[in-house]
Design a protein around this ligand. Structure first.
Ligand code: PHE
Length: 333
């Protein structure tokens, strides 16, 4: 009975104390079991009361242990949560990759004039990367883009340009079409500070009735003004199998600084993309009636533009994932 009073009065500050208490009363060699062992020595007329007292002691000890545990564990949790009114720890915010920054800028500029974004697979078949684009097998212009093929299957390759996405888009959508296709492309080129075996492109496609070369030029004019803040462009005749006529687009960058001199080789003109009117054969290959529709296409390299705009001296930095390099773009967008 004395013990019942003690148990009821017990208090503890730590969970260790509670555990010691539990072992003392309810443990295998604890007091409750000791008293149980004495049961057979108790005179018969007292057995009933003795039994009741032990049961009460057993129940009180158990109740006490549970009560104290609950209280102390609750308190422990509270300390873990901490003081909710304390000022927060600053969270490290990452930086966007310069490729993403430039890509998003380009997407933003074209989406303002109604272009959507389309994407396609990086592992392509011959049809979408070459044949549909007016580059049949053995066409000499295939050499313009050194291609990575899968050794066992010449029909499987890493796309050399995102024009393949435009083929897919034309196959699956009816004109009018206004789409840009950003993505990674691969070419079997020696890696240096200026070129890599993979890089990124944004290609654009516009197909509707009566689309003319003037529309192309105006679209490019709009783009270069928005993107570079430079509006003087020139188109130099060029050749792509999938466009006719074809042109290379130069932006007048100016010759104000030494860097301008270097970048433009002293001419002030900087080449930024290829473009042209989509060859009617390509439209027909993709199921579009070339007598009813015409269109233009253009393509540019994101990496080169990123190097240019952010004054990055080596293209390999874009794929090294060096945090010291990437952190420098924290404020860029
Ligand atoms: N596909 C061409 C390239 O990768 C770029 C281009 C796209 C040129 C569309 C003209 C028209 O070089």
């Amino acid at each position: 009975k004395e013990h019942i009073e003690k148990v009821k009065a017990f208090n503890a500050q730590t969970l260790e104390e509670v555990e010691a208490f539990r072992i003392k009363y309810s443990g295998k060699k604890g007091l409750v079991n000791d008293f149980m062992a004495d049961f057979r020595n108790v005179p018969n007329e007292m057995k009933r009361e003795y039994g009741q007292v032990i049961n009460t002691l057993k129940a009180s000890a158990l109740e006490k242990v549970n009560e104290l545990k609950e209280k102390l564990e609750g308190a422990e949790e509270e300390t873990a949560t901490g003081d909710l009114s304390r000022p927060g720890e600053p969270i490290e915010i990452g930086a966007r990759h310069p490729i993403s920054i430039v890509k998003n800028q380009i997407i933003d500029i074209f989406s303002r004039i109604g272009f959507n974004v389309s994407e396609g697979p990086e592992i392509e078949d011959d049809w979408h990367n070459f044949t549909a684009l007016n580059l049949p097998e053995y066409h000499p212009a295939r050499d313009m883009q050194d291609t990575f093929f899968i050794q066992t299957d010449p029909d499987v390759l890493l796309r050399t340009h995102t024009s393949s996405v435009q083929v897919r888009y034309m196959e699956n959508n009816k004109p009018p079409i206004r789409t840009i296709s950003p993505g990674r492309v691969y070419r079997n080129e020696a890696i240096s500070g200026r070129s890599h075996c993979f890089f990124h492109q944004v290609e654009g496609l516009y197909i509707d009735k009566d689309v003319s070369f003037a529309d192309l030029k105006q679209t490019l004019q709009y783009f270069t003004t928005e993107m570079f803040g430079k509006s003087k462009i020139r188109l130099r005749p060029s050749y792509f199998p999938f466009t006719e006529p074809s042109a290379e687009v130069d932006v007048y960058w100016g010759l104000e600084t030494e860097t301008d001199y270097k970048m433009t080789k002293g001419t002030g003109w900087l080449e930024i993309m290829g473009c042209g009117m989509v060859d009617p054969n390509v439209l027909e290959n993709c199921g579009i009636d070339s007598k009813e529709y015409s269109g233009f296409a253009f393509g540019m390299g994101i990496d080169r533009i990123a190097l240019l705009l952010h004054q990055i001296s080596d293209i390999r930095m874009l794929s090294e994932n060096d945090a010291r390099f990437l952190e420098q773009f924290k404020s860029a967008f």
